[in-house]
Design a protein around this ligand. Structure first.
Ligand code: 3HB
Length: 328
């Protein structure tokens, strides 16, 4: 075929495609750092399936788990330019850009997973999302979460004083870094997918983690002392790129919002329902377990408050919401 005829037929093909596919059909991409077995990834897949069905096959969402598109900092950059459409991000990365989100990581802000779930569904927490378009170029659709944070270590871990000098893996964000620094540990920032190998090769002594991921990744194979501390909640946020959002029709915005919110709520419900069962499962394994409370961490908490009460002005509002949740 001559080049001219080839071009003509390609153009005709393109034209036919434009006539049969409605102009607003979109192939979205959603990135996240968790691996396929993690509940967040399953929620992303369910969201993609729901949007495909509800749009009558018009829209598709390709899900990229396990940090395939880069770490969270890189994904936020892609979201800001519009190169990436959506993501499920730990609030950790969000708090690096909008420090007020650090309020959600106040140590012992909540006493248990039920209060964490209620707080993330509250108006006070939802209001925080209004800062995202102007401060980060993102539209915050809603919260998900993982379980409360615990500590695992290779060596003795009977209480907070055993953290002194330990190289302790943290998710890379400032509020948790400041908390562990205050305990005397040496916090080592590292994204979730890198943790198992770092424990295996001795790069770190201990980790900050949730029950669910301890079970999924079998971290207890490499660190068999656990401190059940429940010291922090671990919110996630579902976001759409602000650049992508502004070009979407009203109907498409509503579809994405409704469908994503339903999945995020289901993630919260999942972790809420499973926390106790997962704790029991871990208690049934051959690992050494101790417990720690807010009182055991009192000094570290006071130091944390000194730093973050100024950086995170929404803290009193969240505390008030928690007080209401406890009273209801
Ligand atoms: C983490 O420990 O950094 C992490 C845990 C999760 C999900 C995402 C990140 O369960």
């Amino acid at each position: 075929m001559s080049m001219k005829r080839l071009m003509t037929s390609v153009m005709a093909g393109g034209l036919a495609l434009m006539m049969t596919v409605p102009a607003q059909a979109r192939d979205f991409r959603l990135g996240l750092i968790t691996p396929p077995p993690h509940r967040w990834t399953q929620a992303a897949e369910a969201f993609a399936e729901d949007v495909k069905q509800k749009s009558g096959g018009e829209h598709s969402i390709a899900v990229f788990p396990s940090q395939q598109l880069g770490n969270e900092a890189q994904m936020v950059q892609q979201l800001q330019t519009g190169a990436l459409d959506m993501a499920f991000l730990t609030v950790a990365e969000i708090s690096n850009r909008v420090p007020d989100f650090g309020a959600l990581y106040a140590p012992y802000l909540v006493d248990n997973i039920d209060q964490a779930a209620a707080l993330l569904k509250s108006e006070a927490a939802t209001d925080l999302l209004n800062q995202l378009p102007s401060e980060a170029g993102l539209v915050g659709v809603g919260y998900g979460m993982a379980g409360l944070r615990q500590v695992m270590s290779r060596d003795t871990l009977e209480g907070p004083s055993d953290l002194e000098g330990k190289k302790l893996r943290i998710t890379p964000f400032e509020p948790i870094r400041d908390f562990y620094k205050a305990t005397g540990a040496a916090p080592t920032p590292m994204p979730l997918p890198a943790v198992y190998d770092a424990l295996a090769n001795g790069q770190i002594d201990a980790i900050d983690m949730d029950f669910d991921s301890i079970l999924i990744f079998k971290f207890y194979d490499r660190s068999d002392k656990m401190l059940i501390s429940n010291h922090m909640m671990f919110p996630m946020v579902g976001v759409v790129s602000g650049r992508v959002w502004k070009d979407l029709s009203k109907e498409d915005r509503k579809l994405l919002q409704t469908s994503m919110r339903a999945q995020l709520d289901a993630v919260i419900d999942h972790f809420q329902a499973l926390e106790k069962k997962q704790e029991q499962e871990l208690r049934g394994l051959d690992i050494t377990i101790h417990e720690a409370t807010r009182e055991d961490f009192a000094d570290a908490i006071a130091e944390w408050e000194g730093i973050w009460s100024e950086k995170a002005p929404s803290l009193p509002k969240l505390r008030k919401a928690v007080a209401e949740i406890k009273g209801s």
